[in-house]
Design a protein around this ligand. Structure first.
Ligand code: NDP
Length: 283
């Protein structure tokens, strides 16, 4: 028999997780603060627990996907977790993950970072980062794999959150740039979908190709200066990004921090270097 699983939390993500377990044949017990959420899970064979304590008692593997850290703490507070493997897939900071590990006495703790939206769960492109109890991860890897590709990043329970937050930070930076570009083109009534498909995506895809070189430069700083686009040139040109936004009536708030960092890099003598110098400055 496949490992029985409990899912605490039937928001959009918790529901997707429960559906994936059920579809893969795992006996699945679910609990949610508001009863009756996601009735489609009943059709798939989910067992509904009335209390979180009842839900936890039903399975050796307990997957938690609630709103925030305090929600998880309040929900788990006072429950008997002895002998359970608790997998917390709620978004947390590294310190919150370590704190939760310390409070789940008697249980093995894994913290996870879901790198997917609910519709991607159970599909080929989703992955979930895990950190914490290595033995628990080994034992339950086959069950966790039905959700998304499991990626174990280390025994420190806070590591998955750190990786997760790093990837989310990169994503929001990328979205911020794209959103500004769309606002700018919108100020001239350029159709957004066509601009995105024909120019924005190809451009961003080409530029992403320079990220591995940035990472390589960070690990092995080049002995000579920039091979192409030095920071002094970029800082000088960056004024045009701000000026154009303002002239078009678009708030440059998403752009300003990068301009300030470029100026700082040039002022502190890094004008002849490449973008990896910015990473060293903020670190
Ligand atoms: P939802 O807002 O859809 O669901 C929130 C869940 O938390 C519900 O089950 C809700 O119960 C429960 N909840 C909220 N407050 C309390 C409380 N005080 N006590 C008990 N239960 C509570 O969020 P998602 O399902 O989308 O997200 C869940 C987690 O997954 C979050 O940490 C999120 O950051 C993370 N995540 C979400 C992604 C997404 O794209 N959706 C992507 C990656 C991670 P009730 O039904 O009673 O309100």
């Amino acid at each position: 028999m496949k490992t029985p699983v409990t899912v605490l939390g039937l928001g959009t993500m918790g529901t997707a997780l429960a559906r994936a377990f059920l579809s893969a044949g795992h006996p699945t017990t679910v609990w949610n603060r508001t009863p009756g959420r996601s009735p489609e899970l009943d059709v798939l064979g989910a067992v509904r627990a009335v209390t979180a304590a009842e839900a936890v008692a039903a399975s050796p593997l307990v997957v938690v996907c609630l709103l925030v850290d305090t929600t998880v703490r309040d929900t788990l507070d006072g429950l008997d977790l002895t002998g359970k493997v608790v997998v917390n897939l709620t978004n947390t900071t590294p310190d919150q993950a370590r704190g939760l590990e310390a409070t789940t006495a008697g249980a093995a703790y894994l913290d996870g970072g879901i790198m997917a939206v609910p519709a991607m769960i159970g599909g080929p492109h989703a992955f979930i980062l895990y950190s914490g109890d290595a033995q628990a991860f080994e034992q339950h890897q086959p069950a966790l794999a039905v959700l998304a590709r499991p990626v174990y990043v280390g025994a420190d329970a806070g590591l998955a959150a750190l990786y997760d937050i790093a990837l989310l930070s990169a994503m929001y930076g990328m979205f911020g740039g794209a959103q500004h570009a769309l606002a700018l083109m919108g100020s001239a009534q350029v159709p957004a979908a066509e601009f995105t498909e024909q120019l924005l995506l190809p451009w961003l895809t080409a530029m992403l190709g320079s990220v591995p070189r940035m990472a390589a430069d960070l690990e092995n700083p080049p002995e000579t200066g920039s091979a192409g686009s030095n920071l002094a040139m970029q800082a000088a040109a960056y004024h045009n990004l701000i000026d154009t936004a303002e002239a078009q009536g678009v708030d440059p708030m998403l752009l300003r921090p990068m301009g300030e960092l470029l100026q700082k890099a040039v002022a502190s003598g890094h004008g002849d270097e490449d973008l990896a110098a910015l990473i060293r400055l903020i670190a």
